[in-house]
Design a protein. Structure first.
Length: 502
């Protein structure tokens, strides 16, 4: 669906300032929303909010529907009486500008377990009823997720396909016994989801009250080692004997990689999904719409055709394109849930068929300015080639920051950029690209906070193709100044993206 002319900022909650070593849903999240409001922004875009596994990637989560416990605010748990100030007495000196996950995770989990134990023994009757209501309403994914995580703990984190066959293949008697033996751990995992969604719902309500809509991110694929695959093996292409991915997702060789990208996620059994009227996907969208206003679909082209690589391959070279029932899928989604507010991540090699699917359902596609200046006037990322029903970014979480990109750009790209701009402003190249994005005809413009702050390569969020060292950037509270907000507000107003005054 086309959106009104507007703009916003891309920032993952883990990047907020916090004394607990990782951003959370506490006071600084509310301060950021105030900054958005005061600078006339109307969107806050986040990365996937699920519980992360190895590598801490929000695109490889243990559940497509659960929330990340690391984002829960301990200070809000303190306000609820579930933690005490002395629980914070011996916190280490965390890094201020980066998440040290190895240090953060055990400390945060310990606090959450203390809060869980206190809730279990001291929750009021009203709190107990609220918890029970939450568990009942989310049972369609929560029960499997909580049991899955409890079993992972019992197996020292091992992937589900290596568990005993009766657990890996979900034999009812084995699951019933596990439910009894792991009841304490299951309660803990349900409690942290209850708290995550309580805190997130309060924050979203505040954002919406301030005129800010939240853009969430839904990865097309889920991790093999996830509650989703374990609980729904029939809708994924798995080896029936081992439980491993029989067909793996990725992208073929291209200009950027001679061997392509092998992601390792199992691809979907779309034939089975279609026979089920895409029930799992409908539930996934419903779950997503519980906590965001707009959905960005990552790797949208996979709904038209996807690259499938056989089990055992070490690169993505020996795969094949297989057609997906994207048209039927989005028709069902529309019938079940109405006309959804969806953005399509349509980057990469996009065919006319993918464009036709996107345009049939009026999903805005993505334009990235960092891709605009390396070729000829036919480049679809140059602003004069945009359509209005599009979302323009200076860069994304997978790109370098604008300053970092500019510092390493080729002389050819810099020359093209200079000719396009006419001059480089004294405010910095980041503000030149922000101005270019805001002044374009694209209905929506989204700017990573790193670009608003003018930060370089040190603030990059992700280096695609590297498994470790990503997703850790954080900012400090003092950088969101009134002057910065005013500069953004003036440009936003000048470019016709300010919210309408009622």
């Amino acid at each position: 669906m086309p959106f009104p002319r507007s703009s916003g900022i891309l920032l993952h909650p883990s990047s907020f300032p916090s004394r607990f070593g990782i951003g959370d849903l506490g006071l600084e999240a509310y301060s950021f929303i105030d900054f958005l409001k005061e600078s006339y922004q109307q969107y806050w875009q986040v990365l996937p909010l699920g519980p992360t596994g190895y590598g801490n990637s929000p695109y490889m989560c243990y559940s497509a529907m659960a929330g990340n416990p690391l984002l829960i605010s301990p200070e809000k748990l303190l306000d609820e009486g579930l933690l005490a100030e002395e629980d914070f007495a011996h916190l280490p000196g965390f890094w201020a500008d980066k998440v040290d996950f190895e240090q953060v995770v055990p400390i945060k989990i310990n606090l959450l377990k203390k809060a869980s134990e206190k809730f279990k023994t001291q929750a009021t009757p009203i709190q107990q009823k609220q918890f029970e209501g939450f568990c009942d309403s989310k049972a369609y994914w929560l029960d499997n997720y909580a049991l899955f995580m409890a079993l992972k703990d019992a197996h020292n984190g091992a992937s589900w396909h290596t568990w005993k066959p009766e657990l890996a293949k979900r034999k009812p008697a084995a699951l019933d016994l596990a439910q009894q033996q792991l009841s304490d751990q299951i309660f803990y995992y349900k409690f942290v989801q209850y708290e995550f969604f309580r805190q997130w719902s309060a924050l979203k309500s505040y954002a919406n009250m301030r005129g800010i809509e939240i853009i969430g991110d839904i990865p097309i694929y889920v991790a093999h080692d996830s509650a989703d695959v374990w609980a729904n093996p029939d809708i994924f292409c798995l080896d029936e004997e081992t439980g491993e991915a029989a067909q793996m997702a990725g992208v073929p060789p291209d200009y950027f990689s001679a061997t392509g990208q092998l992601w390792g996620n199992p691809v979907y059994n779309w034939e089975k999904l279609q026979k089920q009227d895409f029930k799992w996907w409908v539930q996934r969208f419903e779950a997503m719409l519980d906590y965001v206003d707009i959905i960005r679909i990552d790797h949208f082209r996979g709904f038209e055709a996807y690259w499938s690589v056989p089990q055992g391959e070490e690169t993505a070279m020996n795969g094949e394109w297989i057609e997906a029932p994207g048209d039927a899928f989005f028709e069902v989604i529309k019938q079940k849930l109405g006309k959804l507010p969806i953005l399509a991540e349509d980057l990469g090699v996009i065919t006319p068929e993918v464009e036709a699917l996107r345009d049939k359902f009026e999903f805005p596609g993505m334009k990235v300015l960092q891709f605009a200046f390396g070729s000829d006037p036919g480049n679809p990322f140059l602003p004069f080639n945009y359509s209005r029903n599009a979302v323009v970014y200076t860069g994304t979480h997978d790109n370098d920051t604008t300053v970092g990109w500019y510092n390493t750009a080729s002389d050819w790209e810099k020359r093209n950029l200079w000719l396009y701009l006419g001059c480089i402003s004294p405010q910095g190249i980041n503000w030149d690209l922000i101005r270019l994005a805001l002044s374009s005809i694209a209905n929506q413009a989204i700017i990573p906070l790193q670009d608003v702050l003018g930060l370089g390569n040190e603030a990059r969020m992700n280096f695609p193709g590297t498994a470790v060292g990503n997703w850790g950037w954080r900012y400090q509270a003092a950088v969101l100044t009134e002057e910065l907000g005013d500069r953004l507000k003036v440009l936003t107003t000048l470019c016709g993206r300010a919210p309408r005054q009622s």
